[in-house]
Design a protein around this ligand. Structure first.
Ligand code: ADP
Ligand code: MG
Length: 278
């Protein structure tokens, strides 16, 4: 069950964000709030600005207009790279490409940043790392190298590596999009457990059923604007915008438009496939 526990102040607050790449406006007035302990999903067509929103939250991109606040930090006002690096210690970011260090063991992948960036001692950092590997069910691979792991396993290690920094929140940007279908579930399970434990998460995902299940709030973006947002139940079951309805129809499939069964060419195709395989 998604957590509904919130405090008055959002942990992340975006107001009227405008961002262009050259003459190409990509965010056109985005407002978004994430409360502590919430799981917030951003869904929408490719190119609608979802990744750009996440990169603004971590200070990787600077909007031309608007404000970004994470906790007490006014991210849009940060002038020095050192300040942005401080921010990124507090905000975990997991990408589609897991980007583990290939020359380091799984355990060392988790230990290196807490030691070098947070100054933790080796014994404590290793102890934490092993606990986190157990959490993502990868403790048996502590001494393996990333190249010896499946995509799903590497992504679980990447999530544990983000957690090793003890972030205040984690951003997930299409973390299952590059995975083989059979390993998607194990990564989603790890994310689901994090949200159940109350980790604050912002997810950009194409896994619509997953977003519906685990999100407290869902934002639908299109063409640089938030078309609508609301509880997962409302967005998925009663969207107010025709654009949201259309997107979900495509993303979830459209059983309402199926032909009567006797005339259904897809059913016939599937039946013939089935009979070939038995
Ligand atoms: N670094 C960049 N330089 C120029 N254009 C970019 C850059 N990053 C993203 N864009 C453009 O911004 C738009 C939104 O991109 P993005 O936020 O990645 O969308 P999404 O994550 O929803 O697919 C796209 O049109 C994309 O081509
Ligand atoms: Mg993206």
């Amino acid at each position: 069950m998604p957590s509904t526990e919130t405090v008055a102040e959002p942990l992340v607050s975006l107001r009227d964000l405008h961002l262009s790449f050259g003459s190409n406006p990509v965010l056109k007035g985005v407002d978004l709030d994430v409360y502590r302990g919430q799981a917030v999903s951003i869904i929408g067509p490719s190119g609608s600005g979802k990744s750009t929103i996440l990169r603004c939250i971590t200070g990787l991109l600077q909007p031309q207009r608007g404000s970004i606040r994470v906790g007490a930090t006014e991210v849009h006002a940060l002038a020095r790279e050192a300040q942005r690096i401080e921010l990124r210690k507090r905000v975990g970011f997991v990408f589609q490409q897991y980007n583990l260090f290939p020359h380091l063991s799984v355990l060392e992948n988790l230990v290196i940043a807490p030691r070098k960036v947070l100054g933790r001692n080796r014994v404590d950092a290793q102890k934490d790392a092993r606990a986190l590997l157990a959490k993502v069910r990868m403790e048996h691979k502590a001494d393996a190298y990333p190249g010896q792991l499946s995509g799903g396993q590497q992504q679980r290690v990447a999530i544990a590596r983000a957690l090793a920094m003890r972030p205040e929140l984690i951003l997930f940007d299409e973390v299952t999009s590059a995975l083989d279908p059979e390993t998607v579930g194990e990564v989603l399970t790890v994310i689901r457990e994090l949200t159940e434990e109350g980790m604050t998460c912002v997810l950009v995902t194409h896994e619509m059923r997953f977003a519906e299940e685990i999100s407290d709030v869902v934002y639908f973006t299109e063409n640089g604007v938030i078309v609508e947002h609301g509880s997962a139940a409302r967005i998925f079951q009663a969207p107010t915008s025709e654009r949201t309805r259309e997107f979900l129809r495509h993303a979830l499939g459209d059983p309402g438009r199926r032909q009567p069964i006797a005339n259904d060419p897809y059913l016939l195709t599937n039946l013939s496939r089935y009979s070939l395989s038995v």
